[in-house]
Design a protein around this ligand. Structure first.
Ligand code: GDG
Length: 470
């Protein structure tokens, strides 16, 4: 079904991409996809400005741009501490990535999260018109749908989770797990990247809360509400990324990297500096390769790009220190006069430079311990030279692995598997590299980010609205 002529789209997420002056090459695929949906349907993108105010007033900063409007609001310092740095980044993010050891359970965080979601609901509710379709993004905003319902919003409201959904026994450790999951029944459609995350959600709903699940598993009933659950894997803007990889900057970067590699094979990793990305295990797996294959070791090196993220959270400061120590130790122990095994870089680069780096790399090493999807794996594939592509090594615990079975799949906790996979990739004949890449690229092209947002919005628009049901 195509978008209804009258239906505008209201996208709500923690942060908002600017409506004006934005160049699609400068930002991620998600922003590009949501912008294109907003331009097609018209509408509003609402979220936190990233800014702070002394006293929350709910005053919205509206910016009209090319086809849609952004609406942002400032938060108080306590809101930012409890909602963003607290519940979102210290509680839900680690828990949803199976890291109970890092998850902090504090009532203050849970209270702040709820308060900010109520504040968002108060602020955005007056902007929503009767026929609008509302699409809420990610774990920062789980209760927002329910808060909108409490404020009389009978519109179609969908929720998409960009992270994994944890197994039910893990989620049950969260003190307010049931209340939080209950709020998800305010939505009409819930989207997950993989069948595994969706099944974990259904397990919790059924076994911990007594929800009814229809036989084919895609409709759940609880507390008088019926919710449709769908697997809807996000993709990248493949056409855009291919164009980036063919740009002058990318080609220049590619040549520069090849020159600096002096005939050695480059392995690349690109990740936000986050403990979920398996960076420590990756470096140890790479070191294992150096130890197990002394004859090959000076034939390759690892470039790890890891721009810092969420630096005010202690667990992120710790992982940064650990990686600095580990990369320093490995380089100290293995480097030679003319060779350093790891180039560890803590800064971000423009996307066209990244595309050139991907293309110059013989191996893309993507080994998260747990990841909702992982877009770097898809970007790596999209940037390759079809006649001489590199090899993707991918964690079986990334959501992307469900779609990317032709990658060399590894268990990222096993240094031995990472080491074996590097050897397999290095020795892979060109024919096999091309065959695997072609199969991966077909998927990356078919299920791109436009496909993703259309799949979700089509489901949402097809859902019976509360206004129709009542
Ligand atoms: C969440 C979920 C899910 C990285 N370094 C630079 C840079 N990046 C870009 C990459 C990629 C993006 O950041 C990272 O995307 P991922 O998907 O790998 O990971 P998260 O940030 O954790 O995203 C994830 C995603 O949401 C979407 O649903 O796939 O599972 O965790 O696009 O290229 N970009 C630039 N310079 C860098 O140095 N410009």
């Amino acid at each position: 079904m195509e978008f209804g002529a009258l239906s505008r789209l209201i996208v709500i997420s923690n942060r908002v991409a600017p409506a004006e002056g934005s160049h699609s090459g400068a930002q991620g695929g998600l922003a590009v996809a949501l912008q294109s949906a907003l331009r097609e349907m018209g509408g509003i993108w609402f979220g936190w400005s990233g800014g702070q105010t002394d006293v929350f007033t709910g005053q919205v900063n509206l910016q009209r741009g090319d086809g849609y409007t952004t609406a942002t609001v400032d938060l108080e310092e306590q809101d930012i501490d409890e909602y963003y740095n607290g519940y979102a980044n210290r509680t839900l993010w680690p828990l949803f990535h199976y890291r109970m050891d890092l998850a902090e359970y504090e009532r203050g965080f849970a209270g702040g999260y709820q308060r900010v979601n109520e504040r968002f609901a108060d602020t955005v509710r007056p902007l929503i018109e009767q026929d609008d379709t509302v699409w809420i993004q990610d774990y920062h905003m789980i209760p927002l749908g329910q808060e909108l319902r409490r404020r009389g919003c009978a519109n179609r409201i969908g929720f998409f989770l960009h992270t994994p959904w944890p197994p039910r026994r893990l989620l049950a450790t969260l003190p307010e797990a049931n209340e939080l999951v209950e709020t998800l029944f305010a939505y009409d459609v819930l989207g997950f990247h993989t069948a595994e995350w969706l099944e974990s959600f259904c397990d919790f709903a059924r076994l911990e809360m007594g929800a009814d699940i229809e036989e084919d598993g895609d409709v759940i009933r609880f507390g008088g509400r019926t919710v449709r659950v769908i697997v809807c894997p996000i993709g990248i803007d493949t056409a855009e990324f291919r164009a980036l990889a063919a740009s002058d900057t990318a080609q220049h970067t590619c040549r520069q990297m090849e020159r600096s590699a002096v005939g050695r094979a480059m392995i690349v990793g690109v990740d936000r500096l986050d403990y979920s990305k398996g960076l420590e295990e990756r470096l140890l797996g790479f070191e294992r390769f150096l130890l197990e294959h002394p004859e090959e070791r000076k034939e390759l090196f690892l470039l790890q790009i890891a721009p810092p993220s969420r630096a005010s959270v202690g667990s992120y400061q710790r992982i940064r220190n650990t990686l600095e120590g580990l990369s320093g130790r490995i380089n100290g122990e293995h480097a030679d006069l003319d060779w350093v095994p790891i180039r560890y870089v803590n800064q971000g680069y423009p996307r066209d430079v990244l595309a050139g780096v991907y293309r110059a790399s013989r191996i893309g090493l993507v080994t998260p311990l747990r990841d909702g999807m992982n877009l770097v794996a898809k970007e790596y594939v999209a940037a390759q030279d079809p006649g001489d592509p590199g090899v993707l090594i991918l964690s079986r615990f990334a959501g992307a692995a469900a779609q990317m079975q032709e990658a060399v799949l590894v268990n990222p906790y096993s240094a031995e598997e990472i080491s074996d996979a590097i050897l397999t990739a290095l020795r892979m004949p060109r024919d096999e590299r091309i065959a695997r890449w072609r199969a991966l690229m077909d998927g990356v092209e078919r299920e791109d980010v436009m496909w993703w947002r259309k799949r979700f919005t089509d489901e949402l628009i097809a859902a019976p609205s509360l206004a129709e049901v009542d």
